[in-house]
Design a protein around this ligand. Structure first.
Ligand code: NAP
Length: 307
């Protein structure tokens, strides 16, 4: 059921929308950013949005980024040419199951989840014959969540990884690529297993370390804890930003990328033990060589304009 219809947005002059109607399942940080980007760049003629809770739907209505707002998945996906699931990873399977009977033949279904093998496992079996399922993951985000956190420029200059399934339709993937490129993203395609391994080290492990170090500080006795906050600019502050990320989203990431995270964690533990030993035995060269190698990585990120 449609709760609200807004006036359709103006398209950027001279550009044809990639899709007539897109549906966003979830209107938090990523969903609202996609809606804003789509409206700003004229990527779709109509952006339909649904969100689980009445409170979030109310806020979406106030913010006005949906052309139509729906109480249920059925209303949002009906007639949509592109459906993007923007919920935590653990909710993707149920969303696919709920939308399956109402999907338009030839539609594309994708997601934005931070883990890909689990999404393929959970959503794949529900996607009907004749609908293209192409999982995706924008490498763009902030530590904020909810519909107020979104903004149109979130994806500009950022990578979006697509993990098309073997035997999928290249034309559908090309169309989805055009949509993400329109939102400002650069696209890379890889298989889901490789994605999960790469993200385990670039994103999931760093978050785990941040959650741990901030948790360790929380566990300190009161007097030291106060000093930690006072002098946080000495390094701790950067970890607190990452450790402020959404707890449900990150719970689902660790539960659903278990093997890859455990493998990277094992390697990390070995490396930290190596450093611990170097500190204990005063091995200055070991420490200096390690810190010199890591400095070069930072320079590489700056040169790749991903800083
Ligand atoms: P968010 O701001 O917290 O929004 C989550 C959305 O999902 C809300 O609309 C929420 O609905 C809905 N939702 C939450 N739990 C649900 C459930 N159990 N069943 C159905 N709907 C549910 O999250 P987000 O940051 O946009 O993240 C969405 C997805 O993007 C996640 O899979 C995440 O892995 C991925 N991602 C996030 C980032 C990032 O930096 N945040 C970056 C890249 C990819 P209600 O509010 O109505 O409950």
């Amino acid at each position: 059921m449609s709760m609200q219809e807004n006036t359709p947005q103006e398209n950027t002059p001279g550009t044809e929308p990639v899709f007539n109607r897109i549906a966003l399942i979830g209107g938090g940080l990523i969903g609202s950013s996609l809606a804003w980007a789509s409206r700003k760049k004229g990527l779709a003629r109509h952006v339909a949005v649904t969100s689980r809770s009445a409170a979030t739907r109310q806020r979406i209505a106030e913010l006005g980024f949906a052309d139509s707002l729906h109480e249920d998945i059925k209303g949002a996906v009906t007639d949509a040419e592109l459906v993007i699931v923007c919920t935590p990873v653990g909710a993707c399977g149920a969303a696919a199951e709920a939308m399956a009977p109402y999907l338009k033949p030839g539609a594309i279904v994708t997601d934005v989840g931070s883990v890909k093998q689990a999404v393929v496992r959970d959503m794949g079996p529900h996607i009907p014959e004749g609908v293209h399922f192409i999982p995706g993951h924008p490498i763009a985000g902030t530590e904020h969540s909810g519909p107020d956190a979104g903004f149109a420029e979130l994806f500009e200059g950022r990578w979006c990884i697509l993990t098309p399934l073997p035997g999928g339709d290249p034309a559908a993937t090309a169309k989805l690529r055009r949509f993400w490129e329109g939102a400002g993203s650069m696209i890379e395609e890889m298989d889901a297993e490789h994605h999960d391994k790469v993200l385990a080290i670039t994103s999931h492990l760093p978050h785990l370390i941040a959650y741990t170090i901030v948790g360790t500080a929380v566990g300190l006795e009161e007097s030291t804890k106060n000093e930690v906050i006072k002098f946080s600019a000495s390094g701790f502050r950067d970890f607190t930003r990452i450790a402020a990320s959404d707890p449900v989203m990150w719970r689902d990431i660790f539960l659903n990328n278990r093997e890859a995270v455990l493998e990277m964690l094992q390697r990390f533990s070995e490396d930290i033990t190596h450093l611990q030993r170097a500190i204990r035995w005063g091995e200055a060269d070991t420490l200096e060589q390690m810190f010199t190698r890591t400095r070069a990585i930072r320079r590489g990120i700056i040169e790749a304009k991903q800083a």
